[in-house]
Design a protein around this ligand. Structure first.
Ligand code: F3S
Length: 405
């Protein structure tokens, strides 16, 4: 792999041990994937933040790295294991929170912005079209490549951190034009709404694996719906990029140099999407915690939730997962107060999957996200009900869980 003189010096340890170690990782990755060179990146999104997922070994590694590592590009963090402010109120243990705060402190020492969110593009880490990135949250990778037209592979946590420290990543995969072409055409026969997008993503992700699906929709999805579609595609498959006809920035280039008619095409209707949604629920019991905001909720989504619960009192607990800057905007606009009045909470920095939610006594989690529905049973060992928020708020017998004040 070709290295510039500066990169050779970095590799040789002339910029300190953290840069040397990071360059070794980048060069090793480049050699595995036949990259010809490194490419400068605009930003990094770093996963491997929750103590639940990285454990003691991860904490030790990060504290050691933080001795001399500093990032060279704007870098943001994935969700942590607790809300960094109200973890006590939510019931998380002192012991877990102490470890979690040490992890975040280590990242902060390296110069990384400690807004812990999987939607960094909603809070300032907004890449420009065509820019190269090293992002390691699969839902954010799908959004950055597909909706924003930036270029990133699905990095692992150490790969993204190494890239942030060196300001570069190996140029292979989705950094290259030829890897961004469609592999499968998906015609969707009915207009979609709400959790349909997640259910569809779950279904297509299983079919396409690590390929690039090209969607033909009957209606135009919002950016929030694309966020949920991409998260689901990335969780049941390994999708890092998808195109939506007449919507996403690269849809016109999706077949360049390909014979479109030779590509496999599938047609999906509402019945198959409904079936995918039902298959993700593991129980028909009523959730004792409804947890939405996977990926982290946007201000628009929080506004919609506040409208749905306004003037009511919830019988289940409700967490709306988001980032601290989005919560601050929701506070200012009065949405938080409405949700809290109904008995819900805006929970920042974490989510239903990467927090130790299983230690809080909940048995059934209600989610409106296919990604969360896919991971809650395996990552938390809890039952899950996957549906639209309105349906999660009523029980099987259609007796309202919401009660008028
Ligand atoms: Fe984000 Fe957690 Fe979902 S990290 S994408 S809210 S599983």
């Amino acid at each position: 792999m070709y290295l510039t003189r500066e990169e050779e010096e970095m590799y040789a340890g002339e910029y300190g041990p953290a840069v040397e170690k990071s360059m070794e990782i980048l060069v090793a990755l480049g050699e595995i994937y036949d990259a010809e060179r490194l490419v400068s990146i605009e930003s990094a999104q770093i996963s491997g933040v929750s103590y639940k997922t990285i454990g003691e070994a991860g904490l030790e590694f990060l504290e050691e790295m933080a001795q001399d590592a500093r990032v060279r590009v704007p870098s943001t963090l994935n969700p942590a294991g607790v809300d960094l402010k109200i973890w006590r109120e939510l019931g998380f243990s002192e012991e877990f929170a102490e470890k979690q705060l040490r992890i975040v402190a280590a990242y902060q020492k390296m110069g990384i912005t400690t807004t812990c969110t999987c939607t960094p593009y909603l809070v300032g880490n907004l890449p420009t079209v065509g820019s190269h990135l090293a992002w390691s949250e699969s839902s954010a990778v799908a959004y950055a490549n597909s909706v924003l037209g930036a270029r990133t592979n699905r990095e692992g946590g150490p790969g993204a951190l190494s890239a942030a420290i060196c300001g570069r990543t190996a140029e292979y995969g989705y950094h290259l034009d030829e890897e961004r072409k469609a592999d499968l055409i998906v015609e969707v026969k009915n207009p979609l709404s709400g959790s349909d997008y997640g259910a569809l993503g779950y279904l297509v992700g299983q079919k396409v694996g690590g390929g690039v699906p090209y969607f033909q929709f009957q209606n135009t999805p919002s950016t929030d719906q694309l966020k949920c579609l991409g998260a689901a595609l990335a969780s049941s498959g390994a999708v890092a990029l998808y195109h939506v006809e007449e919507v996403t920035p690269e849809w016109k280039d999706a077949f360049k140099g390909l014979e479109e008619e030779k590509l496999e095409k599938i047609s999906l209707d509402k019945a198959s999407i409904d079936e995918a949604r039902s298959s993700l629920s593991t129980t028909d019991r009523k959730p004792d915690l409804i947890c939405v905001g996977c990926p982290h909720a946007s201000l628009e989504e929080i506004k919609t939730i506040s409208e749905k619960v306004s003037g009511s009192k919830l019988k289940s607990q409700l967490w709306v997962c988001t980032s601290t800057p989005v919560k601050a905007a929701a506070d200012q606009r009065g949405y938080t107060r409405i949700i809290e009045k109904a008995g819900g909470k805006l929970v920042c920095d974490t989510c239903m999957v990467v927090s130790p939610i299983e230690d809080l006594g909940f048995k059934v989690i209600g989610v409106d996200s296919a990604k969360a529905a896919n991971y809650v049973p395996t990552m938390c060992g809890l039952d899950v009900v996957f549906d639209d928020l309105e349906n999660l708020m009523v029980d099987k017998r259609k007796k309202l869980i919401l009660r008028e004040i």
